[in-house]
Design a protein around this ligand. Structure first.
Ligand code: 4AD
Ligand code: MG
Length: 462
């Protein structure tokens, strides 16, 4: 039985008396004639205190082997605890020590370790309080996301990880090849991709959006939830080279519908996680960032601010402060600008719409003014951009023109253009950076600590 289940049974007033618990020892204390071990099985933050009496058959062996990090299986009786701080403890009747952990070398001894240090032991760090709370909340976020879309009849679709097109047109692609890099075949100056696995250049996907658009043109409302890859050389606390993205796409939908969905979506996730992980959220509020719970309630209770890019630039120009990067109509907003708007000016999530055409992807719908596109970014306090989305260009002639202006070849996008040729409809969608959401939810300051195995420039451990 998990420690979490035991706690649930206790709350309902019906603890089962004899239980078996399997987990890892966090600490052990040996007194004169008995020993205590704190065991954690990852199911919840709280450890279960195990009381080991000398009448246990293998007492001496157990007392010797039960060091921090050892794996154990304990069968015993749940009894009210005499000690302070916990309501229940497990009086062991039998203990199996499955695997010992040498106290001389086991790196997770009972003290606070820095997150930097924990990143060097990615294979063990999930056994700490903070990282295990992060990964439980990450799971709860994923669950809330599926629940939100499934309740609304969105179809979960699976888009390819290996693609042939650069959706965002930003050129941040990882190449996928099975060519021998020591003997790359060339035709004149060019790599001869006809000899490669797929007979053409292929990449890891930066977004499943275009494939999601295909599926939305058959099912109306769909969403993706999967890994995406960007070879951008950004060594920041908010960028990963491999991250997970959630991308809903809706047919017969405009930018307003898109914003409404994004807002309802974030509210639902926060509400659900507060309900399903109250202890972990309390822990983050106490240990990581004292505004975590306030932020969560703020998201749930208040309407997001909505303003255009042009209005946002005016606000930034008016701001009585110096920014590192210039503020000028036509330039992209930097993270310091995004954070100023969300964190300081409005103190809540902000949706900025209608960005200049030049700084956004070619697929976004051109506005009536001809200078801006129907884009929307959701900016969150502390994080900056957490969601990026848009209404898509559904008009064939304009889209073709935009592809050319972006320096791309319409021939490469024949299927994307076909969607505008056959049964086109207004449609819109967005992408949520899943790790940025988990950061926002937990208050964790570095994105490398909210994904089990982070991939960043010059770093791909395990
Ligand atoms: O704004 P982006 O680039 O939008 C798209 O990819 C669209 N195709 C989405 C769509 O409309 N279907 O990325 C979406 C989100 C960002 O807002 C950010 O939260 C996250 O993905 N993101 C990253 N997260 C971690 N590391 C990175 N390197 C990220 N790049 C983007
Ligand atoms: Mg973006």
């Amino acid at each position: 039985m998990t420690t979490r289940r035991i706690a649930e049974l206790l709350r309902s007033g019906q603890p089962e008396e004899v239980v078996t618990v399997q987990g890892w020892v966090r600490t052990k204390r040996e007194l004169k004639d008995f020993a205590f071990a704190e065991v954690n099985d990852g199911s919840c933050l709280a450890n279960l205190q195990v009381v080991i009496n000398p009448d246990l058959q293998n007492y001496a062996e157990v007392a010797r082997k039960l060091n921090t990090g050892a794996s154990v299986e304990v069968a015993g009786v749940l009894v009210p605890s005499l000690g302070r701080g916990q309501r229940i403890e497990l009086k062991a009747q039998s203990i199996i020590v499955w695997g010992e952990a040498d106290p001389e070398t086991y790196p997770l001894q009972k003290k606070r370790h820095s997150f930097e240090f924990l990143r060097t032991i990615g294979h063990l760090r999930s056994r700490t309080n903070t990282l295990s709370a992060v990964f439980r909340v990450r799971n709860a976020c994923a669950n809330a996301i599926h629940q939100f879309f499934q309740q609304r009849g969105f179809l979960w679709i699976h888009t390819p990880i290996i693609t042939t097109s650069d959706c965002e047109g930003a050129g941040e692609l990882f190449n996928v090849t099975s060519l021998d890099l020591k003997q790359v075949p060339f035709t004149k100056e060019q790599v001869d991709y006809s000899k490669d696995f797929f007979g053409r250049p292929t990449y890891l996907t930066v977004s499943g959006q275009m494939e999601a658009e295909i599926m939305a043109m058959a099912f109306g409302n769909v969403y993706t939830f999967g890994p995406t890859f960007r070879a951008e050389n950004s060594n920041t606390s908010r960028h990963l080279a491999e991250f997970w993205m959630v991308e809903p796409e809706m047919a017969f939908c405009d930018l307003e519908g898109d914003m409404d969905l994004a807002e309802a979506f974030l509210k639902h996730i926060f509400q659900t996680v507060l309900e399903s992980c109250p202890e972990d959220m309390e822990f983050f509020n106490q240990r990581i960032d004292q505004s975590v719970l306030e932020t969560a309630h703020n998201i749930i209770d208040h309407q997001f601010e909505r303003l255009t890019y042009t209005e946002a630039v005016a606000q930034l120009e008016k701001a009585n402060r110096r920014f590192e990067f210039p503020v000028q109509w036509g330039l992209d907003l930097q993270s310091e600008h995004e954070r100023y708007l969300a964190e300081e000016l409005f103190k809540k999530p902000v949706i900025v719409t209608n960005y200049p055409t030049e700084i956004k992807a070619f697929y976004m719908r051109l506005s009536e003014d001809g200078k801006t596109v129907r884009a929307m970014d959701v900016l969150a306090p502390k994080i900056g951009e957490i969601i990026g989305g848009s209404q898509r260009e559904e008009r064939l002639d304009i889209l073709e023109q935009r592809i050319r202006t972006a320096g791309l070849d319409p021939k490469d996008y024949w299927w994307y253009l076909d969607l505008r040729r056959y049964g086109t409809v207004p449609h819109a969608g967005f992408g949520l950076g899943f790790e940025r959401l988990v950061q926002f939810m937990t208050g964790m300051s570095n994105i490398r600590d909210v994904i089990p195995f982070p991939r960043t420039p010059l770093s791909a451990e395990l």
